[in-house]
Write a protein that binds this ligand. Structure first.
Ligand SMILES: *[C@@H]1O[C@H](CO)[C@@H](O)[C@H](O)[C@H]1NC(C)=O
Ligand SMILES: *[C@@H]1O[C@H](CO)[C@@H](O)[C@H](O)[C@H]1NC(C)=O
Length: 560
Protein backbone atom coordinates (compact mmCIF):
# COMPACT_ATOMS: atom_id res chain seq x y z
CA UNK A 1 0.00 0.00 0.00
CA UNK A 2 2.76 2.44 0.95
CA UNK A 3 4.50 1.78 -2.35
CA UNK A 4 1.23 2.41 -4.18
CA UNK A 5 0.72 5.69 -2.39
CA UNK A 6 4.27 6.75 -3.12
CA UNK A 7 3.72 5.93 -6.77
CA UNK A 8 0.50 7.90 -6.77
CA UNK A 9 2.43 10.90 -5.52
CA UNK A 10 4.96 10.38 -8.27
CA UNK A 11 2.09 10.43 -10.74
CA UNK A 12 0.80 13.71 -9.35
CA UNK A 13 4.25 15.24 -9.54
CA UNK A 14 4.74 13.99 -13.08
CA UNK A 15 1.71 15.96 -14.25
CA UNK A 16 3.05 19.08 -12.60
CA UNK A 17 6.38 18.55 -14.29
CA UNK A 18 4.64 18.06 -17.61
CA UNK A 19 2.90 21.38 -17.48
CA UNK A 20 4.96 23.64 -15.27
CA UNK A 21 7.85 23.97 -17.71
CA UNK A 22 7.36 27.71 -17.98
CA UNK A 23 9.20 30.55 -16.37
CA UNK A 24 8.16 31.63 -12.90
CA UNK A 25 6.02 34.75 -12.94
CA UNK A 26 3.99 34.23 -16.10
CA UNK A 27 0.74 35.84 -17.15
CA UNK A 28 -2.61 34.04 -17.03
CA UNK A 29 -2.53 33.98 -20.84
CA UNK A 30 0.83 32.19 -20.80
CA UNK A 31 -0.48 29.74 -18.20
CA UNK A 32 -3.44 29.04 -20.49
CA UNK A 33 -1.15 28.42 -23.45
CA UNK A 34 0.96 26.02 -21.36
CA UNK A 35 -2.16 24.03 -20.44
CA UNK A 36 -3.32 23.84 -24.06
CA UNK A 37 0.18 22.74 -25.12
CA UNK A 38 -0.07 19.82 -22.71
CA UNK A 39 -3.41 18.81 -24.26
CA UNK A 40 -1.94 19.16 -27.71
CA UNK A 41 0.70 16.59 -26.71
CA UNK A 42 -2.01 14.35 -25.27
CA UNK A 43 -3.87 14.60 -28.57
CA UNK A 44 -0.71 13.46 -30.31
CA UNK A 45 -0.76 10.47 -27.94
CA UNK A 46 -4.42 9.88 -28.79
CA UNK A 47 -3.97 9.39 -32.56
CA UNK A 48 -1.92 6.15 -32.49
CA UNK A 49 -4.18 4.74 -29.78
CA UNK A 50 -7.25 5.19 -31.99
CA UNK A 51 -5.30 3.72 -34.91
CA UNK A 52 -4.40 0.70 -32.77
CA UNK A 53 -8.06 0.35 -31.81
CA UNK A 54 -9.13 0.45 -35.45
CA UNK A 55 -6.48 -2.10 -36.42
CA UNK A 56 -7.32 -4.54 -33.66
CA UNK A 57 -11.00 -4.33 -34.62
CA UNK A 58 -10.00 -5.06 -38.22
CA UNK A 59 -8.20 -8.22 -37.10
CA UNK A 60 -11.52 -9.40 -35.67
CA UNK A 61 -10.50 -10.30 -32.12
CA UNK A 62 -13.22 -8.89 -29.86
CA UNK A 63 -11.28 -9.31 -26.64
CA UNK A 64 -8.18 -7.57 -28.04
CA UNK A 65 -10.42 -4.83 -29.43
CA UNK A 66 -11.93 -4.24 -26.00
CA UNK A 67 -8.46 -3.92 -24.48
CA UNK A 68 -7.52 -1.47 -27.20
CA UNK A 69 -10.71 0.50 -26.52
CA UNK A 70 -9.82 0.92 -22.85
CA UNK A 71 -6.25 1.84 -23.72
CA UNK A 72 -7.51 4.48 -26.15
CA UNK A 73 -9.69 6.33 -23.66
CA UNK A 74 -7.33 8.19 -21.28
CA UNK A 75 -6.00 11.11 -23.39
CA UNK A 76 -9.40 12.43 -24.39
CA UNK A 77 -10.73 12.12 -20.85
CA UNK A 78 -8.04 14.64 -19.91
CA UNK A 79 -8.57 16.92 -22.89
CA UNK A 80 -12.32 17.13 -22.33
CA UNK A 81 -11.58 19.57 -19.50
CA UNK A 82 -11.67 22.20 -22.26
CA UNK A 83 -14.82 20.93 -24.01
CA UNK A 84 -16.41 24.30 -23.21
CA UNK A 85 -14.14 26.14 -25.66
CA UNK A 86 -16.33 26.98 -28.67
CA UNK A 87 -14.05 25.39 -31.29
CA UNK A 88 -13.73 22.24 -29.16
CA UNK A 89 -17.42 21.82 -28.26
CA UNK A 90 -18.63 20.40 -31.61
CA UNK A 91 -15.66 18.01 -31.67
CA UNK A 92 -16.43 16.95 -28.11
CA UNK A 93 -19.92 16.04 -29.30
CA UNK A 94 -18.45 13.98 -32.11
CA UNK A 95 -15.86 12.27 -29.93
CA UNK A 96 -17.50 11.71 -26.57
CA UNK A 97 -21.25 12.43 -26.57
CA UNK A 98 -23.53 10.09 -24.75
CA UNK A 99 -26.77 9.27 -26.59
CA UNK A 100 -29.01 11.50 -24.50
CA UNK A 101 -27.10 14.58 -25.63
CA UNK A 102 -28.70 14.29 -29.06
CA UNK A 103 -32.36 14.38 -30.01
CA UNK A 104 -33.25 10.79 -30.86
CA UNK A 105 -30.62 9.34 -28.53
CA UNK A 106 -28.98 6.20 -29.83
CA UNK A 107 -31.20 6.37 -32.89
CA UNK A 108 -29.78 9.75 -33.86
CA UNK A 109 -27.85 9.54 -37.11
CA UNK A 110 -25.42 12.13 -35.76
CA UNK A 111 -24.54 10.11 -32.67
CA UNK A 112 -20.96 8.90 -32.98
CA UNK A 113 -17.65 8.66 -31.15
CA UNK A 114 -16.13 6.56 -28.39
CA UNK A 115 -19.46 5.56 -26.88
CA UNK A 116 -20.73 4.23 -30.17
CA UNK A 117 -17.60 2.08 -30.37
CA UNK A 118 -18.11 1.10 -26.72
CA UNK A 119 -21.68 -0.02 -27.37
CA UNK A 120 -20.66 -2.01 -30.45
CA UNK A 121 -17.84 -3.76 -28.60
CA UNK A 122 -19.46 -4.37 -25.23
CA UNK A 123 -23.18 -4.63 -25.82
CA UNK A 124 -23.67 -5.70 -29.42
CA UNK A 125 -20.42 -7.57 -30.12
CA UNK A 126 -20.53 -6.04 -33.58
CA UNK A 127 -17.05 -5.50 -34.99
CA UNK A 128 -18.35 -4.16 -38.32
CA UNK A 129 -20.15 -1.27 -36.63
CA UNK A 130 -17.18 -0.74 -34.31
CA UNK A 131 -14.81 -0.45 -37.25
CA UNK A 132 -16.87 2.12 -39.11
CA UNK A 133 -17.38 4.12 -35.94
CA UNK A 134 -13.64 4.11 -35.22
CA UNK A 135 -12.79 5.37 -38.70
CA UNK A 136 -15.16 8.31 -38.18
CA UNK A 137 -13.75 8.86 -34.70
CA UNK A 138 -10.22 9.07 -36.10
CA UNK A 139 -11.20 11.99 -38.33
CA UNK A 140 -12.68 13.86 -35.38
CA UNK A 141 -9.57 13.26 -33.28
CA UNK A 142 -7.37 14.59 -36.07
CA UNK A 143 -9.49 17.73 -36.30
CA UNK A 144 -9.20 18.13 -32.54
CA UNK A 145 -5.42 17.87 -32.68
CA UNK A 146 -5.35 20.63 -35.30
CA UNK A 147 -7.47 22.90 -33.10
CA UNK A 148 -5.25 22.27 -30.07
CA UNK A 149 -2.04 22.74 -32.05
CA UNK A 150 -3.26 26.08 -33.39
CA UNK A 151 -4.24 27.15 -29.84
CA UNK A 152 -6.07 30.25 -31.08
CA UNK A 153 -5.90 32.71 -28.17
CA UNK A 154 -9.34 34.12 -28.98
CA UNK A 155 -10.70 30.64 -28.28
CA UNK A 156 -8.50 29.39 -25.46
CA UNK A 157 -8.86 32.14 -22.89
CA UNK A 158 -7.91 32.03 -19.18
CA UNK A 159 -11.56 32.38 -18.18
CA UNK A 160 -12.64 29.45 -20.31
CA UNK A 161 -9.85 27.28 -18.94
CA UNK A 162 -11.10 27.96 -15.42
CA UNK A 163 -14.72 27.44 -16.38
CA UNK A 164 -13.77 24.11 -17.92
CA UNK A 165 -11.77 22.95 -14.90
CA UNK A 166 -14.52 23.83 -12.47
CA UNK A 167 -17.32 22.41 -14.57
CA UNK A 168 -15.55 19.06 -14.83
CA UNK A 169 -14.46 19.05 -11.19
CA UNK A 170 -18.13 19.37 -10.20
CA UNK A 171 -19.47 17.14 -12.96
CA UNK A 172 -17.46 14.12 -11.88
CA UNK A 173 -18.87 13.90 -8.35
CA UNK A 174 -22.31 15.33 -9.13
CA UNK A 175 -23.06 13.28 -12.20
CA UNK A 176 -20.53 10.75 -13.31
CA UNK A 177 -20.16 9.04 -9.95
CA UNK A 178 -23.80 8.56 -9.13
CA UNK A 179 -25.26 7.91 -12.51
CA UNK A 180 -23.29 8.46 -15.65
CA UNK A 181 -20.83 5.71 -15.97
CA UNK A 182 -18.92 4.26 -18.82
CA UNK A 183 -22.10 2.20 -18.92
CA UNK A 184 -21.22 -0.65 -21.20
CA UNK A 185 -17.55 -1.15 -20.43
CA UNK A 186 -17.73 -0.50 -16.67
CA UNK A 187 -14.59 1.62 -16.97
CA UNK A 188 -15.67 4.65 -14.96
CA UNK A 189 -12.67 4.56 -12.62
CA UNK A 190 -10.40 5.21 -15.57
CA UNK A 191 -12.60 8.15 -16.52
CA UNK A 192 -12.39 9.67 -13.04
CA UNK A 193 -8.64 9.25 -12.95
CA UNK A 194 -8.01 10.94 -16.27
CA UNK A 195 -10.55 13.67 -15.65
CA UNK A 196 -8.56 14.46 -12.50
CA UNK A 197 -5.26 14.46 -14.40
CA UNK A 198 -6.77 16.74 -17.04
CA UNK A 199 -8.07 19.22 -14.50
CA UNK A 200 -4.78 19.33 -12.66
CA UNK A 201 -2.78 19.77 -15.85
CA UNK A 202 -4.65 22.99 -16.61
CA UNK A 203 -4.42 24.28 -13.05
CA UNK A 204 -0.69 23.75 -12.50
CA UNK A 205 0.64 26.48 -14.84
CA UNK A 206 -1.48 29.11 -13.07
CA UNK A 207 0.44 28.66 -9.84
CA UNK A 208 3.07 30.95 -11.37
CA UNK A 209 0.55 33.45 -12.69
CA UNK A 210 -0.02 35.42 -9.51
CA UNK A 211 -2.07 32.87 -7.61
CA UNK A 212 -2.18 33.24 -3.86
CA UNK A 213 0.36 30.74 -2.48
CA UNK A 214 -1.91 29.37 0.24
CA UNK A 215 -4.74 28.84 -2.26
CA UNK A 216 -2.35 27.01 -4.61
CA UNK A 217 -1.13 24.79 -1.77
CA UNK A 218 -4.74 23.99 -0.89
CA UNK A 219 -5.41 22.77 -4.43
CA UNK A 220 -2.22 20.68 -4.39
CA UNK A 221 -3.25 19.15 -1.08
CA UNK A 222 -6.78 18.43 -2.33
CA UNK A 223 -5.38 16.80 -5.45
CA UNK A 224 -2.92 14.68 -3.48
CA UNK A 225 -5.74 13.51 -1.20
CA UNK A 226 -7.85 12.66 -4.22
CA UNK A 227 -5.00 10.65 -5.73
CA UNK A 228 -4.54 8.84 -2.44
CA UNK A 229 -8.25 8.07 -2.10
CA UNK A 230 -8.31 6.80 -5.66
CA UNK A 231 -5.40 4.52 -4.85
CA UNK A 232 -7.32 3.14 -1.89
CA UNK A 233 -10.37 2.53 -4.08
CA UNK A 234 -8.27 0.70 -6.68
CA UNK A 235 -5.18 -0.64 -4.87
CA UNK A 236 -4.50 -3.21 -7.55
CA UNK A 237 -3.96 -0.71 -10.34
CA UNK A 238 -3.40 2.55 -8.52
CA UNK A 239 -3.50 6.03 -9.97
CA UNK A 240 -0.33 5.82 -11.98
CA UNK A 241 -1.32 3.90 -15.06
CA UNK A 242 -1.52 5.25 -18.55
CA UNK A 243 -3.02 2.17 -20.19
CA UNK A 244 -6.55 2.83 -18.95
CA UNK A 245 -6.73 -0.34 -16.90
CA UNK A 246 -8.69 0.11 -13.69
CA UNK A 247 -10.95 -1.71 -11.28
CA UNK A 248 -14.47 -2.23 -12.71
CA UNK A 249 -16.58 0.53 -11.23
CA UNK A 250 -19.40 -1.88 -10.37
CA UNK A 251 -16.94 -3.63 -8.04
CA UNK A 252 -16.04 -0.50 -6.06
CA UNK A 253 -18.12 -0.53 -2.86
CA UNK A 254 -20.34 2.36 -1.85
CA UNK A 255 -18.04 3.70 0.85
CA UNK A 256 -14.91 4.26 -1.25
CA UNK A 257 -17.14 5.72 -3.95
CA UNK A 258 -18.49 8.18 -1.45
CA UNK A 259 -15.04 9.13 -0.18
CA UNK A 260 -13.72 9.59 -3.70
CA UNK A 261 -16.72 11.73 -4.48
CA UNK A 262 -16.00 13.85 -1.40
CA UNK A 263 -12.38 14.31 -2.53
CA UNK A 264 -13.58 15.54 -5.93
CA UNK A 265 -15.87 18.04 -4.29
CA UNK A 266 -12.95 19.21 -2.12
CA UNK A 267 -10.83 19.67 -5.22
CA UNK A 268 -13.60 21.65 -6.90
CA UNK A 269 -13.99 23.91 -3.86
CA UNK A 270 -10.22 24.49 -3.62
CA UNK A 271 -10.09 25.34 -7.34
CA UNK A 272 -12.97 27.79 -7.00
CA UNK A 273 -11.15 29.51 -4.10
CA UNK A 274 -7.89 29.62 -6.08
CA UNK A 275 -9.63 31.19 -9.04
CA UNK A 276 -10.79 34.04 -6.83
CA UNK A 277 -7.16 34.97 -6.12
CA UNK A 278 -6.29 35.40 -9.81
CA UNK A 279 -6.90 38.41 -12.02
CA UNK A 280 -8.31 38.02 -15.51
CA UNK A 281 -10.10 34.71 -15.08
CA UNK A 282 -13.64 35.83 -14.38
CA UNK A 283 -16.48 33.54 -15.31
CA UNK A 284 -17.13 33.65 -19.04
CA UNK A 285 -20.43 35.08 -20.16
CA UNK A 286 -22.92 32.35 -20.86
CA UNK A 287 -23.56 32.34 -24.57
CA UNK A 288 -27.27 32.68 -25.20
CA UNK A 289 -28.78 29.97 -27.34
CA UNK A 290 -31.34 30.76 -29.98
CA UNK A 291 -34.85 30.49 -28.64
CA UNK A 292 -36.12 28.33 -31.45
CA UNK A 293 -39.28 26.66 -32.51
CA UNK A 294 -42.45 27.36 -34.39
CA UNK A 295 -45.57 27.86 -32.32
CA UNK A 296 -47.43 24.55 -32.27
CA UNK A 297 -51.07 24.28 -33.33
CA UNK A 298 -51.51 22.59 -29.94
CA UNK A 299 -50.39 25.73 -28.09
CA UNK A 300 -53.77 27.40 -27.65
CA UNK A 301 -55.63 27.10 -24.41
CA UNK A 302 -58.81 25.79 -26.06
CA UNK A 303 -57.26 23.12 -28.26
CA UNK A 304 -58.19 19.66 -26.97
CA UNK A 305 -59.11 21.25 -23.65
CA UNK A 306 -61.24 18.37 -22.37
CA UNK A 307 -58.65 15.73 -23.27
CA UNK A 308 -55.85 17.72 -21.70
CA UNK A 309 -57.75 18.28 -18.47
CA UNK A 310 -58.73 14.60 -18.28
CA UNK A 311 -55.04 13.67 -18.20
CA UNK A 312 -54.35 16.26 -15.52
CA UNK A 313 -57.24 14.92 -13.45
CA UNK A 314 -55.57 11.50 -13.51
CA UNK A 315 -52.43 13.07 -12.09
CA UNK A 316 -54.43 14.97 -9.50
CA UNK A 317 -55.62 11.61 -8.15
CA UNK A 318 -52.04 10.32 -8.14
CA UNK A 319 -50.98 13.43 -6.27
CA UNK A 320 -53.43 12.71 -3.44
CA UNK A 321 -51.96 9.20 -3.21
CA UNK A 322 -48.50 10.74 -3.19
CA UNK A 323 -49.44 12.85 -0.17
CA UNK A 324 -50.68 9.77 1.69
CA UNK A 325 -47.53 7.81 0.81
CA UNK A 326 -45.32 10.64 2.09
CA UNK A 327 -47.22 10.66 5.38
CA UNK A 328 -46.54 6.93 5.63
CA UNK A 329 -42.89 7.52 4.85
CA UNK A 330 -42.55 10.19 7.55
CA UNK A 331 -44.18 7.85 9.98
CA UNK A 332 -41.83 5.00 9.06
CA UNK A 333 -38.78 7.25 9.39
CA UNK A 334 -39.90 8.31 12.86
CA UNK A 335 -40.10 4.59 13.73
CA UNK A 336 -36.49 4.17 12.66
CA UNK A 337 -36.64 0.60 11.26
CA UNK A 338 -34.56 0.77 8.10
CA UNK A 339 -36.35 -2.04 6.28
CA UNK A 340 -39.74 -0.49 6.99
CA UNK A 341 -38.38 2.86 5.80
CA UNK A 342 -37.11 1.34 2.56
CA UNK A 343 -40.49 -0.26 1.92
CA UNK A 344 -42.21 3.08 2.56
CA UNK A 345 -39.75 4.88 0.29
CA UNK A 346 -40.48 2.41 -2.50
CA UNK A 347 -44.22 2.85 -1.95
CA UNK A 348 -43.78 6.63 -2.18
CA UNK A 349 -42.04 6.63 -5.55
CA UNK A 350 -44.57 5.50 -8.17
CA UNK A 351 -46.97 8.44 -8.10
CA UNK A 352 -44.56 11.20 -8.92
CA UNK A 353 -42.87 9.09 -11.59
CA UNK A 354 -46.19 9.20 -13.41
CA UNK A 355 -46.90 12.84 -12.71
CA UNK A 356 -43.48 13.95 -13.94
CA UNK A 357 -44.64 13.36 -17.51
CA UNK A 358 -46.13 16.83 -17.22
CA UNK A 359 -43.13 18.43 -15.48
CA UNK A 360 -42.98 21.16 -18.12
CA UNK A 361 -46.03 22.71 -16.46
CA UNK A 362 -44.40 22.90 -13.00
CA UNK A 363 -40.65 23.04 -13.40
CA UNK A 364 -39.91 24.53 -9.99
CA UNK A 365 -41.84 21.81 -8.17
CA UNK A 366 -40.28 19.15 -10.37
CA UNK A 367 -36.79 20.32 -9.45
CA UNK A 368 -37.67 20.44 -5.76
CA UNK A 369 -39.17 16.94 -5.82
CA UNK A 370 -37.08 14.94 -8.22
CA UNK A 371 -33.85 16.66 -9.26
CA UNK A 372 -30.67 14.67 -9.36
CA UNK A 373 -27.55 16.38 -8.01
CA UNK A 374 -26.02 17.14 -11.40
CA UNK A 375 -28.87 19.52 -12.15
CA UNK A 376 -27.04 21.98 -9.89
CA UNK A 377 -23.65 23.59 -10.53
CA UNK A 378 -22.29 22.31 -7.25
CA UNK A 379 -23.96 18.93 -7.33
CA UNK A 380 -24.70 17.41 -3.96
CA UNK A 381 -23.01 20.36 -2.25
CA UNK A 382 -25.63 22.73 -3.55
CA UNK A 383 -27.87 23.95 -0.75
CA UNK A 384 -30.70 23.92 -3.29
CA UNK A 385 -30.52 20.20 -3.97
CA UNK A 386 -33.45 18.54 -2.20
CA UNK A 387 -36.19 16.07 -2.93
CA UNK A 388 -36.74 12.35 -3.23
CA UNK A 389 -33.16 11.58 -4.30
CA UNK A 390 -31.82 13.28 -1.19
CA UNK A 391 -34.13 11.05 0.86
CA UNK A 392 -33.03 8.07 -1.22
CA UNK A 393 -29.39 8.75 -0.51
CA UNK A 394 -30.02 9.29 3.21
CA UNK A 395 -31.97 6.04 3.51
CA UNK A 396 -30.02 3.70 1.24
CA UNK A 397 -26.49 4.98 1.34
CA UNK A 398 -26.09 6.77 4.65
CA UNK A 399 -28.75 5.27 6.90
CA UNK A 400 -29.23 8.82 8.22
CA UNK A 401 -32.81 9.10 9.49
CA UNK A 402 -32.53 12.74 10.59
CA UNK A 403 -31.63 13.82 7.05
CA UNK A 404 -34.32 11.54 5.63
CA UNK A 405 -36.95 13.07 7.95
CA UNK A 406 -36.03 16.66 7.08
CA UNK A 407 -35.88 15.80 3.38
CA UNK A 408 -39.30 14.13 3.45
CA UNK A 409 -40.81 17.10 5.22
CA UNK A 410 -39.47 19.43 2.56
CA UNK A 411 -40.79 17.25 -0.27
CA UNK A 412 -44.19 17.09 1.42
CA UNK A 413 -44.53 20.87 1.37
CA UNK A 414 -43.74 21.00 -2.33
CA UNK A 415 -46.08 18.12 -3.14
CA UNK A 416 -48.88 19.95 -1.32
CA UNK A 417 -48.34 22.95 -3.58
CA UNK A 418 -48.25 20.72 -6.64
CA UNK A 419 -51.48 18.95 -5.72
CA UNK A 420 -53.20 22.29 -5.30
CA UNK A 421 -52.02 23.38 -8.73
CA UNK A 422 -53.18 20.16 -10.38
CA UNK A 423 -56.56 20.34 -8.67
CA UNK A 424 -57.16 23.89 -9.87
CA UNK A 425 -56.04 23.23 -13.46
CA UNK A 426 -59.61 23.53 -14.88
CA UNK A 427 -59.85 27.09 -13.57
CA UNK A 428 -56.25 28.10 -14.39
CA UNK A 429 -55.94 29.06 -18.07
CA UNK A 430 -52.49 28.42 -19.50
CA UNK A 431 -51.34 26.06 -16.73
CA UNK A 432 -51.48 23.11 -19.11
CA UNK A 433 -52.09 23.04 -22.82
CA UNK A 434 -52.23 20.17 -25.28
CA UNK A 435 -48.78 21.28 -26.46
CA UNK A 436 -47.30 20.87 -22.97
CA UNK A 437 -48.96 17.48 -22.59
CA UNK A 438 -47.53 16.18 -25.85
CA UNK A 439 -44.11 17.71 -25.30
CA UNK A 440 -44.09 15.88 -21.97
CA UNK A 441 -45.14 12.56 -23.49
CA UNK A 442 -42.47 12.75 -26.16
CA UNK A 443 -39.70 13.99 -23.88
CA UNK A 444 -40.22 11.20 -21.37
CA UNK A 445 -40.71 8.49 -23.98
CA UNK A 446 -37.34 9.48 -25.36
CA UNK A 447 -35.57 10.14 -22.08
CA UNK A 448 -36.11 6.63 -20.79
CA UNK A 449 -34.22 4.86 -23.57
CA UNK A 450 -31.73 7.63 -24.35
CA UNK A 451 -30.70 8.37 -20.81
CA UNK A 452 -32.27 6.49 -17.97
CA UNK A 453 -31.63 2.96 -19.21
CA UNK A 454 -27.97 3.34 -19.94
CA UNK A 455 -26.91 5.66 -17.22
CA UNK A 456 -29.36 7.42 -14.97
CA UNK A 457 -30.73 4.97 -12.55
CA UNK A 458 -32.34 5.17 -9.19
CA UNK A 459 -28.70 4.84 -8.15
CA UNK A 460 -28.79 4.17 -4.46
CA UNK A 461 -31.99 2.18 -4.20
CA UNK A 462 -31.57 0.17 -7.44
CA UNK A 463 -35.24 0.86 -8.24
CA UNK A 464 -34.98 1.82 -11.89
CA UNK A 465 -37.61 -0.70 -12.98
CA UNK A 466 -40.11 1.18 -10.83
CA UNK A 467 -39.18 4.34 -12.67
CA UNK A 468 -39.63 2.83 -16.13
CA UNK A 469 -42.94 1.20 -15.26
CA UNK A 470 -44.42 4.33 -13.74
CA UNK A 471 -43.08 6.55 -16.52
CA UNK A 472 -44.96 4.31 -18.98
CA UNK A 473 -48.13 4.62 -16.93
CA UNK A 474 -47.77 8.40 -16.77
CA UNK A 475 -47.48 8.57 -20.54
CA UNK A 476 -50.55 6.34 -20.86
CA UNK A 477 -52.56 8.56 -18.49
CA UNK A 478 -51.96 11.64 -20.60
CA UNK A 479 -52.34 9.82 -23.90
CA UNK A 480 -55.58 7.94 -23.30
CA UNK A 481 -58.02 10.88 -23.31
CA UNK A 482 -56.73 11.76 -26.79
CA UNK A 483 -57.12 8.25 -28.22
CA UNK A 484 -60.61 8.93 -29.59
CA UNK A 485 -59.26 11.82 -31.67
CA UNK A 486 -56.72 9.67 -33.53
CA UNK A 487 -57.03 7.53 -36.64
CA UNK A 488 -57.68 3.86 -35.95
CA UNK A 489 -54.25 2.87 -37.26
CA UNK A 490 -52.38 5.32 -35.05
CA UNK A 491 -54.51 4.41 -32.05
CA UNK A 492 -53.69 0.75 -32.59
CA UNK A 493 -49.97 1.55 -32.88
CA UNK A 494 -50.01 3.55 -29.64
CA UNK A 495 -51.92 0.91 -27.73
CA UNK A 496 -49.62 -1.75 -29.17
CA UNK A 497 -46.50 0.09 -28.01
CA UNK A 498 -47.86 0.66 -24.51
CA UNK A 499 -49.03 -2.91 -24.07
CA UNK A 500 -45.74 -4.31 -25.39
CA UNK A 501 -43.96 -2.57 -22.51
CA UNK A 502 -46.45 -3.95 -20.05
CA UNK A 503 -46.23 -7.51 -21.39
CA UNK A 504 -42.46 -7.61 -21.33
CA UNK A 505 -42.49 -6.45 -17.71
CA UNK A 506 -45.12 -8.99 -16.76
CA UNK A 507 -43.63 -11.88 -18.75
CA UNK A 508 -39.92 -11.47 -18.13
CA UNK A 509 -38.33 -8.25 -16.98
CA UNK A 510 -40.27 -7.85 -13.74
CA UNK A 511 -42.26 -11.10 -13.71
CA UNK A 512 -44.19 -11.80 -10.54
CA UNK A 513 -44.42 -8.13 -9.54
CA UNK A 514 -47.96 -6.92 -10.24
CA UNK A 515 -47.91 -4.20 -12.92
CA UNK A 516 -50.59 -2.09 -11.23
CA UNK A 517 -49.59 -2.19 -7.60
CA UNK A 518 -46.58 -4.48 -7.04
CA UNK A 519 -43.67 -3.02 -5.08
CA UNK A 520 -41.36 -6.05 -5.08
CA UNK A 521 -39.21 -4.79 -7.95
CA UNK A 522 -36.36 -6.77 -9.34
CA UNK A 523 -33.12 -4.86 -8.65
CA UNK A 524 -32.10 -3.09 -11.83
CA UNK A 525 -28.47 -4.12 -11.37
CA UNK A 526 -29.57 -7.73 -11.88
CA UNK A 527 -31.38 -7.03 -15.17
CA UNK A 528 -29.07 -8.37 -17.91
CA UNK A 529 -28.01 -6.26 -20.89
CA UNK A 530 -30.26 -8.18 -23.28
CA UNK A 531 -33.34 -7.32 -21.22
CA UNK A 532 -32.31 -3.71 -20.82
CA UNK A 533 -32.12 -3.66 -24.55
CA UNK A 534 -35.72 -4.82 -24.81
CA UNK A 535 -36.86 -1.94 -22.59
CA UNK A 536 -34.75 0.36 -24.67
CA UNK A 537 -36.28 -0.73 -27.96
CA UNK A 538 -39.81 -0.65 -26.64
CA UNK A 539 -39.56 2.89 -25.33
CA UNK A 540 -38.12 4.03 -28.66
CA UNK A 541 -41.04 2.38 -30.37
CA UNK A 542 -43.36 4.23 -28.00
CA UNK A 543 -41.59 7.47 -28.72
CA UNK A 544 -41.99 7.02 -32.47
CA UNK A 545 -45.69 6.17 -32.42
CA UNK A 546 -46.40 9.06 -30.05
CA UNK A 547 -44.69 11.39 -32.51
CA UNK A 548 -47.04 10.17 -35.19
CA UNK A 549 -50.01 10.71 -32.87
CA UNK A 550 -48.89 14.24 -32.06
CA UNK A 551 -48.58 15.13 -35.74
CA UNK A 552 -52.07 13.83 -36.39
CA UNK A 553 -53.49 15.92 -33.58
CA UNK A 554 -51.62 18.97 -34.85
CA UNK A 555 -52.92 18.46 -38.37
CA UNK A 556 -56.47 18.16 -37.09
CA UNK A 557 -56.06 21.29 -34.93
CA UNK A 558 -54.68 23.30 -37.87
CA UNK A 559 -57.51 22.15 -40.11
CA UNK A 560 -60.18 23.05 -37.54
C1 LIG B 1 4.61 5.81 -12.84
O1 LIG B 1 5.46 5.16 -11.93
C2 LIG B 1 6.74 4.82 -12.44
C3 LIG B 1 7.50 4.11 -11.36
O2 LIG B 1 6.72 3.11 -10.83
C4 LIG B 1 7.47 6.07 -12.88
O3 LIG B 1 8.70 5.72 -13.47
C5 LIG B 1 6.62 6.83 -13.88
O4 LIG B 1 7.23 8.05 -14.19
C6 LIG B 1 5.23 7.09 -13.33
N1 LIG B 1 4.43 7.70 -14.36
C7 LIG B 1 3.69 8.79 -14.15
C8 LIG B 1 2.88 9.28 -15.29
O5 LIG B 1 3.69 9.36 -13.10
C1 LIG C 1 -50.25 4.16 4.01
O1 LIG C 1 -50.23 3.20 5.04
C2 LIG C 1 -51.48 2.54 5.25
C3 LIG C 1 -51.35 1.69 6.48
O2 LIG C 1 -50.23 0.85 6.40
C4 LIG C 1 -51.84 1.74 4.01
O3 LIG C 1 -53.07 1.10 4.15
C5 LIG C 1 -51.91 2.69 2.83
O4 LIG C 1 -52.13 1.96 1.64
C6 LIG C 1 -50.62 3.49 2.69
N1 LIG C 1 -50.82 4.47 1.65
C7 LIG C 1 -50.00 4.61 0.63
C8 LIG C 1 -50.39 5.57 -0.41
O5 LIG C 1 -48.96 3.99 0.52
Amino acid sequence: MAARTARAMVAATAVVAATAAIAAGCSVEEATVAGVAYFSRRCTDQVPLVAALRDSIAVGDLSAARDAYIAARPPYEEIETLANVPTVTPLDTKIDARPYALPGGEDAVAWQGFHEVERALYRDNDLGVAFKATVVLMQSVQSLCAVLAEADPSQFTPSRTWDGMLALAYEVPAKKMSSEEEAWSDASMMIFRHNAVGIYSQFAPFKDAGMDAAAATAVDAAYARLVQQYTWADPEHGFNTTDGVARPYSKVPVKPRRLLQARFYDLAAALAAARDTLDGVSEAEAEEGEEGGEPSPLDGDDVYRAETLAGVAGFSRQCALQQAALRNLSHAIAGGDVDVVKAAYTAARPMYEQIETLAGAFEAEDTAIDARPYAFDEGELSPEWAGMHLVERAVYRDGDMAVAAAGTEEVTTVVDTLCAKLASAPSTPGFVTAALTWDGILALAEEVPAKKISSEEETWSDLSLLIFRENAKGIATLYEPFAGRLSAATRAACIGALSAIRSSFEDTIDAGNDWETGLAFRPYSSVPAAERRIIHRQFYRLSRVMQVAKRELEAAASAA
